[in-house]
Design a protein around this ligand. Structure first.
Ligand code: GRF
Length: 205
């Protein structure tokens, strides 16, 4: 079976992108990372992707000002130009409109550094420590119009330690992220994960 063509969307360092690139080097991995897109021209992850010989594109949201539709059309055009099957958001710091999300419905994953539905949004590690939770972790989920609310594909947790700081917790959660994202993408590419079969309402049955 031919490999699925995947685009990874980043805004920053791209360690999850790197985990996906490394996973895709295995012959039996059902995915080829065909494109890395950043909305920030200076994102460090771009250089890494180029070093790996992966096509990159910059769709700079600042060039579009208030024109979110224009930004998302440019993004969508880049994905189609590269014949992308699936999209992985990996530290992509732009909210996507319902128009874009519907277009890629069931084909777009995101990684979130918390055990959803707990701690949607930003500063998850700080909030987990403040809340005093015993367990924390990371989640890969389908992207739906509501932020961090889509059906869960993979999730893994860890025990929060007494002496954890935001930084130590983030570092351990990141190790989980790098494990579960390749696993979730494999499940999607092999047809073992879908919005419809998740048992939750993903808006797009
Ligand atoms: C990760 O913690 C991810 O869960 C969150 O943003 C961070 C991105 O890190 N959405 P990286 O760019 O993949 O290293």
């Amino acid at each position: 079976m031919s490999k699925k063509r995947v685009a990874v969307l980043i805004s920053g360092r791209g360690s999850n992108m790197t985990a996906l690139i490394e996973a895709a080097k295995a012959d039996d991995y059902p995915v080829e990372i065909a494109l890395v897109v950043s909305n920030r021209p200076e994102a460090p992850g771009l250089a890494r992707a180029r070093r790996e010989g992966i096509a990159t594109a910059i769709v700079d949201h600042q060039e579009f000002g208030e024109d979110r539709e224009g930004f998302e059309h440019a993004l969508d055009d880049a994905l189609h130009k590269h014949r992308i099957d699936f999209v992985c958001l990996a530290g992509f710091m732009r909210l996507l409109s319902p128009w874009f999300v519907q277009r890629w419905s069931g084909k777009m994953l995101n990684i979130h550094p918390a055990l959803l539905p707990q701690f949607k949004g930003l500063h998850t590690h700080r909030r987990a420590l403040q809340a005093g939770v015993n367990r924390h972790g990371a989640t890969v989920h389908f992207v739906v119009p509501e932020m961090d609310a889509g059906p869960i594909v993979e999730q893994e947790s860890l025990a929060v330690r007494q002496d954890d700081t935001e930084e130590t917790l983030a570092a351990r959660v990141l190790e989980i992220e790098h494990r579960i994202y390749p696993r979730a993408l494999r499940a999607l590419a092999e047809g073992r994960a879908s919005i419809a079969s998740s048992g939750e309402d993903g808006n797009t049955h």
